[in-house]
Design a protein around this ligand. Sequence first.
Ligand code: FAD
Length: 392
Amino acid sequence: MLEFTDEERLIQSEVQKICENYDNEFWQEKDRNAEYPMEFVQELGEHGWLGTVIPEQYGGAGMDTLEASIILEEIAASGAGFNGSMSCHGAMFIPRSIINYGSEEMKKEILPQLASGDKLLQCFALTEPNAGFDSTAITTRAERNGDTYVINGQKTWCSRIHASDYMVLVARTTPLEEVSKKTNGMSLFLVDIEDAKEQGAIDTAEIEKNIRAAVPSYEVWFEDLEIPAENLIGEEDDGFYQVMDGLNEERVVIAAEAVGLARVAIDRAVKYATEREVFDRKIGANQAIQHPLAEAHARMTSARNITYQAARAFKEGRDVGEAANIAAYMAREAASDATDAAVQTHGGYGVATEYDVERYYREARLTHIAPVSDEMILNYISEHVLGLPRSY
Ligand SMILES: Cc1cc2nc3c(=O)[nH]c(=O)nc-3n(C[C@H](O)[C@H](O)[C@H](O)COP(=O)(O)OP(=O)(O)OC[C@H]3O[C@@H](n4cnc5c(N)ncnc54)[C@H](O)[C@@H]3O)c2cc1C
């Protein structure tokens, strides 16, 4: 079975202490009102957890994907579910672009503000209405004009822009028609959202959907937004490769969150099954209730093992593509199985918001479509692991 070191267990318990301040009613209220849990995110920032992967020299904790996975799993498992873990994973990981590719000046200026939680960079703008999983089809333009880039275009599914000071924007610096390879010609930029508003060059509209509390998502329009040329992150025209570089890490941490969601769903179901009496016996005495929960536990444990195998490989600098993609796939399956079994165990109360399992069920469904769909994960495994021809 999976074993954590003393240091890793300490991280778990420190995060659990913070989570204890936010009870079931808090998360139910946030979900009911579609309200972003800013106070929770701020408290994580005050304790330095938003700076988990930021190097110590820039004020962060200098830890890695492994520790971040532990934190996010514990948040989800505390009862917060995705309302908790998804509200803060962007702030923890979107800064990776700056850590890996930003200039020294940018790192010195921006990272300490993010590590302390004083400023939030938790908005990543890649998807466009006509460019879903085919990111190379984006048309948002960044044109160089002296010391600035001028941005025009539209993004969609921009999550948490309303609670973010900065955004990492992916735009075309060379139009698709002019590149030799469609993956060339895209670049990353740091956008100061307040400055963009002051210029009157950005407009937003929230996308109505469920699961709005942790991941409120927006359509965003840019019209002649001017950003300083030094806000280019990394090399001009290399943005696609810089984005791809972060995908495996994203898959690992979201797998850890899905494992946390599976854990809390199983815990809640077991608790209910040992309390609820029907036909003069606890419902948990029925094998029809036990077996789905036992299966869900077996699947969750197995998903958890591969998730941390991937996280350790990442930390040790080993190739992680296969493990990260399998972890992402197995963890979302485990979350769906566990939340489904938890709803079933609760009978009619499975849909009553006070028992939370209905929310976990909704949240587990999301893992199959975003940030990356089941199909794209299976495409990766087919092509890169099984060596089958690329299908698209
Ligand atoms: C809650 C939420 C938050 C999000 N937050 C952000 C964010 O902050 N920033 C951001 O940039 N994006 C964000 N996204 C976008 C997300 O990451 C996906 O890129 C986006 O949902 C996919 O775009 P689409 O709906 O246009 O899908 P499409 O690309 O139109 O795909 C539709 C379906 O077809 C399948 N499909 C497409 N091509 C293939 C193929 N070749 N083989 C097999 N199946 C295929 C897909 O798997 C999918 O099931 C978010 C999405 C959601 C739902």
